[in-house]
Design a protein around this ligand. Structure first.
Ligand SMILES: Nc1ncnc2c1ncn2[C@@H]1O[C@H](COP(=O)(O)OP(=O)(O)OP(=O)(O)O)[C@@H](O)[C@H]1O
Ligand SMILES: [Mg+2]
Length: 352
């Protein structure tokens, strides 16, 4: 057999701009990083989590896996965006078996799609705070065609899809492993290329999740519409101190206006959370992940706007890393973007 029989998985985060793959093994002394790789994907091949060019994406996955010596073919991936609904609901208190039967009709009112088009999952959270006859349930619904497209993609790439997770939960898992949160209210916010995902946690439970179709790609889009250039060139212009086709002030202004949109959407989501769940405490800490976490101006403005401490997540914090096998400064640079794949790689083969 080519691959040793293992229960661990490769955590593969299929972003719209870049793929990240992590392999972690759990030993008696803790989690240890075996492999990490990241590669860009052609513009347009994935848009807001929807696979538009499966051949291109499968080829990129194969390339990423060939460049790194992963020890298993078993993969955990995650989905997110508008085809996934995660919501805390309250239902009449009942046994788990009864809920299994009732979940479709309970869920119907919260899901903007036909119930036959989605896969439903749920987790009983416990007694509802203000009504002892009811219980809180975390409802997860994902469109079947989206799930199928990810399963097919991994198979097309020649690997074995074992776990389909939700982006926000993968992030939550790696946060919990590294930061062991107590009972405080914390927001995890991922700023990717095409979406912002917000997950508000109370201790180890998710209480509010929202995805917004904004991200770092908007900066590139605005550069493209101002200068006659490709998205790839816009990516270089964005990082250059001396861009030749556009003034540094114009780039700064574009970045500031995009950051304003992010802040507004985050502010709206947090305000909605406070008004819907008035019993919750103030969000004391915001942990940022994704490429957008690198933008210092954004972190500083967000801290002022939300009166919260804002920091960049470090998914490698409690993970053993052999300094001889990894470029530590590289891992530090891309840490915020590695978070979801790291969260996926700590799932196990027999997880749901
Ligand atoms: N230092 C930086 N400053 C500004 N933007 C950055 C920086 N580093 C990365 N980015 C931007 O972050 C984006 C990539 O982030 P990330 O890898 O989180 O996205 P993704 O996971 O591919 O996208 P999504 O999750 O939205 O599908 C790119 O648009 C890139 O330009
Ligand atoms: Mg992402």
């Amino acid at each position: 057999m080519l691959f040793r029989k293992t229960s661990h998985l490769i955590g593969l985060d299929i972003g719209s701009r870049s793929f990240k793959a992590s392999e972690i093994v759990e030993t008696k002394s803790g989690h240890s990083l075996q492999n990490f790789g990241m590669t860009d994907i052609a513009y347009g091949a994935i848009e807001e989590g929807v696979i538009k060019d499966a051949d291109e994406v499968a080829a990129s996955i194969r390339k990423l896996f060939n460049e790194n010596s992963f020890k298993t073919q078993n993969v955990a991936v995650s989905i997110g965006g508008s085809s996934v609904i995660v919501k805390k609901i309250s239902v009449q208190t009942m046994m788990e078996e009864q809920l299994q039967e009732a979940i479709n009709s309970e869920a119907e009112q919260y899901i903007p799609f036909d119930i036959s088009e989605v896969n439903l999952d749920y987790q009983i959270l416990g007694e509802a705070e203000n009504n002892p006859d009811q219980m809180d349930v975390l409802l997860v619904a994902a469109k079947k065609d989206l799930i199928d497209s990810y399963v097919n993609l991994i198979q097309m790439a020649g690997f074995n899809p074992c776990v389909i997770d939700i982006d926000a939960f993968a992030l939550q898992n790696i946060f919990e492993l590294n930061y062991a949160p107590e009972d405080e209210t914390i927001a995890l916010i991922d700023i990717g290329a095409s979406k912002i995902s917000l997950n508000i946690l109370k201790g180890n439970s998710s209480v509010f999740i929202r995805d917004v179709a904004l991200g770092c790609g908007l900066i590139n889009g605005k550069i493209v519409s101002l200068v006659d250039c490709s998205y790839e060139e816009a990516e270089h212009i964005k990082y250059s101190n001396q861009p030749d086709k556009i003034s540094p002030d114009d780039v700064k202004e574009i970045i500031s206006s995009v950051i304003d949109d992010w802040r507004n959407e985050i502010r709206n989501a947090i305000d909605f959370f406070y008004s819907t769940y008035p019993d919750n405490d103030q969000i004391k800490r915001i942990m940022l992940s994704g490429g957008g976490a690198h933008i210092k101006e954004f972190r500083e403005l967000l801290a002022v706007e939300t009166s919260s401490e804002v920091e960049i997540i470090n998914p490698f914090k409690n993970i053993k890393i052999d300094k001889k096998s990894f470029d530590i400064s590289y891992l530090e640079r891309i840490a915020s973007q590695a978070a979801i794949s790291m969260g996926l790689s700590i799932r196990k083969i027999d997880d749901k």
